[in-house]
Design a protein around this ligand. Structure first.
Ligand code: PDD
Length: 277
């Protein structure tokens, strides 16, 4: 169980984090979760690009150039002999320095990445899941995949306490995304999702969904919708690197459509499977 760091690979038991670490004290860092199928990365370019975009947005210097990043990420899978379905978690913080809100001078970023088995959620994807709505109390820059996840954690916990899989977030009724996934509404054969503005994460799977829709001649509308619109939805689903394409059967007390995963959701699941396979 070897962890990639800014310097080299270390065994996870030998990884030490100083107590004055800006990721711990300020959430001053960024991260990625990358899917691995059969020991191979899925959407690696999209994730690496987003990582560098997030880093630039918060003025953190990534310890490696992109080429080296790819090399190291591949080594991470080799070193751990990953052959199955897994996820890689990678985070970069502004580094370790005496606590001060302002950036430290001459401090290098800390990076670590590890890999963990993650079987596909086959049963849930077949059956579909239930959700609750929660106010989106996050900041304006959710396109940055930052370590500040307290609002997401609280929203997901509220969902968990209701026996639900996810929390659908909304700002004054306008649906943005979920606590750790993007959300879509299908009506009259068209797929609607919040525009990729600064207030949502631009999901890597979301980009593929747009492409799948284009291929299939399904209209993909980057148009925000409201909580009330769920009552007119034929289908609702969410996507993420860990959840893939997940049918949503309920939002709060409301049953979506006929209460079963819809035709377009199923087609997108098939296309995802072909793409990832
Ligand atoms: N979450 N929106 C939010 C707020 C997310 O945290 C995520 C991913 C997504 C979907 O992005 P992608 O398709 O690139 O996985 C949307 C990861 C999986 C996580 O935090 O565990």
């Amino acid at each position: 169980d070897h962890v990639l760091t800014e310097n080299d690979f270390v065994h996870q038991n030998n990884l030490r984090y100083p107590f004055e670490e800006r990721g711990l004290q300020f959430g001053d860092g960024i991260y990625e979760v990358i899917r691995v199928y059969g020991g191979k990365y899925y959407l690696i370019d999209e994730h690496v690009e987003r990582l560098y975009r997030s880093a630039e947005a918060v003025k953190i210097e990534v310890p490696y150039k992109k080429e080296e990043m790819y090399e190291r990420l591949n080594q991470l899978l080799q070193q751990n002999k990953v052959e199955s379905d897994a996820k890689v978690y990678l985070q970069i913080t502004r580094g370790s320095a005496p606590r001060d809100h302002a950036f430290p001078l001459d401090t290098d970023a800390n990076l670590y990445a590890y890999v963990k088995d993650l079987p596909r959620a086959i049963d849930k994807m077949w059956d579909g899941v239930e959700t609750i709505t929660q106010h989106d109390v996050r900041w304006d820059w959710c396109y940055i995949k930052s370590l500040n996840l307290l609002p997401n954690v609280l929203a997901k916990q509220a969902a968990t306490e209701e026996g639900c899989y996810e929390a659908v977030l909304h700002k004054d009724g306008e649906v943005t995304e979920c606590s750790s996934s993007n959300v879509y509404l299908v009506r009259n054969g068209k797929v609607y999702t919040h525009p990729a503005k600064k207030n949502i994460l631009h999901g890597c799977v979301r980009m593929r969904i747009e492409e799948f829709c284009r291929q299939e001649g399904i209209t993909f509308k980057e148009e925000s919708f409201r909580i009330e619109d769920f009552q007119y939805a034929n289908e609702v689903f969410l996507t993420s690197s860990t959840s893939e394409v997940m049918p949503i059967l309920k939002v709060d007390e409301l049953t979506i459509g006929n209460g079963e995963p819809g035709r377009i959701t199923r087609r997108l699941q098939e296309l995802y499977e072909e793409d990832a396979g």
